[in-house]
Design a protein around this ligand. Sequence first.
Ligand code: Q46
Ligand code: ZN
Length: 299
Amino acid sequence: MRQHKLALCKEHYLEWVPEQTERFIKKYEMFTRSEKILVAVSGGKDSLGLWDILMRLGYQADGLYLGLGIDGGFGYSHESQRLAEKFAAGHNLRLHVVDIEKEYGQGIPMLAEKSHRGYGKPCAVCGLAKRHEMNRIARDLGYDVLATGHNLDDEAAVLFGNTLSWASDFLLRQGPVLTSAAGLARKVKPLCRFYEREMTAYCLARGIEYIYEECPFAEGSQSIYYKELLNQLETNRPGVKLTFYLRFLEARKSGELFVEKNIGQAHLHSCPKCGQPTSTDDLCSFCRMIEKVNRVETT
Ligand code: Q46
Ligand code: ZN
């Protein structure tokens, strides 16, 4: 892991991941051991990995699988549901399954088509339905918090997109925890500081069987494009994705994001030598530099 300047064997890696997760859960005050957690499980590596980690850490975490009714020529929804159920059964965990088609009469692709939303792609409707259903189940079944498997690559790509358009509303809301509001469950992302490849490695090392294929509608999406761009940066500057995300969280927390400050005028006074404004107490940086050079020359 060049980004952390760290190399671990399998045994230690399998310890390190839950340890780190626990650290992030505490740092961002996501939930406590007495709270009931609902994990949104898609059958992919991140959500199954998250469920596995929470189980190993001893949290009370049940799963929620949403059947979206997406086929893509390889039975995407069927296969992902099978793997989610297999994981739950194998670990004696409780999995709620909600089938969108049974619940609302149509699967996601048909709902999108009939509602004419989303410019030929069902993702807008899918996102809307997922948020709605996750909230509904969390509220109706009395869960305290909803946990999703978003990893650092996901979060950095969203942040990148929101930054490109300076979408301040979205930027101010993006983070590891979205606090609960009237009728909305608290949402947390315990894996938000793990690279995608770290989660792949975790699942492989743990022998977790997950669906390798992405949803067929993900192809050509903006978020995949942003992930590729960020990966190019990461190749040349290991750690850049993590820094991008963490510095953003710091700036947001400190309240400095989008607060216009009169930086240019703050605490300035005239340099006693040249008279130009400076923020230092004495000589301005330029005059100090010249003084230093002169001192070196005369000694
Ligand atoms: S939104 Fe779109 Fe995803 Fe829904 S239709 Fe598939 S790609 S699953 S994260
Ligand atoms: Zn509603």
